[in-house]
Every structure is written in structure tokens, then in C-alpha cells.
Design a binder for this molecule. Structure first.
Ligand SMILES: [Zn+2]
Length: 163
């Protein structure tokens, strides 16, 4: 039953180390770029490089800060996408209209029982994604008509509760 906790922990570990790895890689890339810069050196280029190096540090600091904050932001967004709550195993779910529902009418993935998220604007409002296993789910009634979340809940409330 704790099987789910292990991947999410290792994911966090991975994310933390990934950040270090990205930092290391970008530093290595900068050094490599500098190496290439110097090795292809005509004296003119070298002179240019020295000139660049002697530019006030704020310029370099700004560039690296921007790069780092961009990296950090993208990592945070990724973490946020992955950090939705793991499924509550004790939660009672019922399968209706193409997804699982808990007793608060929240949508859950049929495969892994994680909370489902509304798909992007490119899809219609009956399409939902599982951020855990990346499966797509569509809300449809018995006749195959697309349903929005609100419509599905409305139908669900009319259905007999025992299953
Ligand atoms: Zn899933």
C-alpha cells in the first residue's frame, strides 16, 4: 500500500539532484564555451574576450542571475505539476461517466486514482488529464455525449448512490 510513496519520494530526490546536475551542466557549458572561445583565438578575439571579461561584473551577474532564475522557475513549475496530493487509498471511489469519483464529486484517474486536472484550453472542457500517469479521460454520458465537469456532477447526483 505504500508503494506509491516510494516513487514520489524518489521523484523528489531526483528533482533535487536534477537541479544540481543542471547547475553543474550549465557551468560546464559556460566553461566549455569559454574554452572554445579562447582556443579559436586570433589575438583580436582574445583582445575582445579580455575586453568582455573586464566589463563590469554586474553585467555577468545579471546574465547568470537571469539564467539561474529561469532554470529555477521552470523547475518549480515542474515540481508544482508533480506535487499534487497522492491518492488517498482509503478514499471510496465510484466509477461513473468514464472516471472515478470520490464522495466530494472530485475526479480521479481510472488507472492510478490520482486527482484529474482539467486539460489545456486546446481541449474541450470534458477532457481531463492525470498528472501522475499522463492518461487522458473524457467525461461522457451513456450515449457518448461529452459532459463538462458540472454537467457530470449534476448527472451523478441523480444516479442512485449505491454501487
Ligand atoms: Zn493516473
Amino acid at each position: 500500500m505504500h508503494l506509491k510513496a516510494i516513487p514520489s519520494k524518489s521523484l523528489k530526490w531526483f528533482a533535487n539532484h536534477l537541479f544540481g546536475a543542471i547547475l553543474g551542466l550549465s557551468l560546464a557549458a559556460i566553461f566549455a564555451a569559454w574554452g572554445a572561445f579562447f582556443s579559436s583565438s586570433a589575438k583580436r578575439i582574445l583582445g575582445y574576450a579580455i575586453q568582455l571579461l573586464s566589463t563590469p561584473p554586474p553585467l555577468w551577474a545579471t546574465i547568470s542571475l537571469i539564467l539561474l532564475s529561469a532554470l529555477y522557475t521552470s523547475l518549480k513549475i515542474r515540481q508544482h505539476q508533480k506535487s499534487c496530493n497522492p491518492p488517498n487509498i482509503q478514499e471510496e471511489l465510484r466509477e461513473e461517466l468514464g472516471v472515478y469519483w470520490n464522495n466530494q464529486y472530485k475526479l480521479r484517474c481510472l488507472k492510478c486514482k490520482w486527482p484529474l486536472k482539467c486539460a489545456s484550453k486546446n481541449f474541450d472542457s470534458s477532457t481531463f488529464w492525470c498528472s501522475n500517469c499522463n492518461n487522458k479521460h473524457e467525461l461522457r454520458d451513456k450515449n457518448g455525449n461529452h459532459l463538462t465537469e458540472a454537467q457530470a456532477i449534476e448527472q451523478l447526483k441523480k444516479l442512485p448512490t449505491s454501487q
